[in-house]
Design a protein around this ligand. Structure first.
Ligand code: 13P
Length: 342
């Protein structure tokens, strides 16, 4: 492992004003997204859609540092035969790859999940590196409910995240470590805070035990937010203040950057929260975005599977990328959303 180079890639992933596009939806997830816009999900429509995003010149070259791809996409070519990976590189962004293989029920823990994909991961990482991937992603899922999460679920998921991260670094690939605490429940923000704190503490404990170099990784956490079904929704200020307090209590300063997931927040909430945190400032790590839905919902709607809508889809993507770029510097204003909505 060359830690200096890993650290350079990690720094580039969170360089000022840039963040990560999570375009790594599995075939099942992208089908759900396409169903919502009445587009059939085929190898070609998935390619056309992602090609539209990666050919958005302004968005990709000014606001996006890296793109997380799904296995199918990293091997795909654009309509004119250019590998999609090359489109990303030509825009000055770094290709990355989702390497987990989704979740499975955790034995003995009803309602809880563990992420699969460690078998043969070393070999897969070597093949992805050859194909151009310089960072990877692994997502662990922790749900909040009555009597969950259990210590067992937190432990096995943290252990797997650290196993994955160590294998990535050995393959000269920067791991994005993503322990996602879901926001689906009716819990309040303080419960989300407490659970996320337990999850992050356990994750960093495992990373240390397994000798992962913190300088060569990126953390992708959820923010401290109220559950979607909670009657008590925290304000933007409260989310920002509590998320910063939480991260300061668990994330070592050696980690170069934290790139949040959007997790089902509205586009504007995801931007406003990131902006408010960066306005607080005085942080030991860069705070940026690694959004899936909050970057893609608008372009998906604008595109709706029609080639005549490609320019509109690219405009919608560029707008969201720019808003989140400003938020990563604490320079976003809600008026900018209204002006562009026209
Ligand atoms: P969302 O921003 O839609 O939560 O997706 C980010 C991601 O990569 C989840 O693994």
């Amino acid at each position: 492992m060359n830690l200096v180079d890993l650290n350079k890639v990690a720094q580039a992933m969170v360089m000022p004003g840039k963040g990560i596009l999570a375009a790594d939806e599995s075939s099942g997830t992208i089908k759900k997204r396409f169903d919502a816009i009445n587009v059939e999900s085929t190898e070609d429509t998935r390619r056309d859609y992602r090609e539209m995003l990666f050919r958005s010149k302004d968005a990709m070259s000014k606001y996006i540092s890296g793109v997380i791809l799904y296995d199918e996409t990293i091997w795909q070519k654009a309509k004119d035969g250019t590998p999609l990976v090359q489109l990303i590189e030509q825009a000055g962004a770094i290709p990355g790859i989702k390497v987990d293989e989704g979740t499975q029920p955790l034995p003995g823990c009803p309602g809880e999940l563990v992420t699969a994909g460690l078998d043969k991961l070393g070999e897969r990482l070597a093949a992805y590196y050859k194909q151009g991937a310089r960072f990877a992603k692994w997502r662990a899922v922790i749900d909040i409910g009555k009597d969950i999460p259990s210590m067992t679920a937190i432990h096995v998921n943290a252990h797997a995240l650290a196993r994955y991260a160590a294998l990535c670094q050995a393959a000269q690939i920067v791991p994005i470590v993503e322990p996602e605490v879901l926001m689906d429940g009716d819990h309040d923000i303080d419960r989300c805070y407490q659970v996320t704190q337990r999850v992050l503490n356990k994750t960093f404990q495992e990373l240390r035990v397994q000798r992962v170099a913190l300088e060569g990784m990126i953390l992708k956490p959820n923010m401290a937010v109220s559950g979607k079904k909670s009657p008590k929704q925290a304000s933007v200020g409260e989310v920002a203040e509590k998320t910063i307090r939480l991260l300061k209590s668990c994330v070592p300063a050696a980690v170069p950057g934290i790139a949040f997931l959007s997790g089902g927040q509205s586009d504007e909430d995801a931007t406003a929260h990131l902006d408010a945190m960066n306005r607080i400032g005085g942080l030991p790590w860069k705070l940026s975005f690694s959004y899936g839905r909050a970057l893609q919902s608008a372009p998906q709607k604008a595109w709706s599977g029609k080639s005549e809508n490609i320019a509109a889809g690219q405009r919608a993507f560029t707008h969201r990328a720019r808003m989140n770029s400003l938020a990563s510097k604490g320079e976003w204003k809600s008026e900018l959303e209204q002006r562009n909505a026209a």
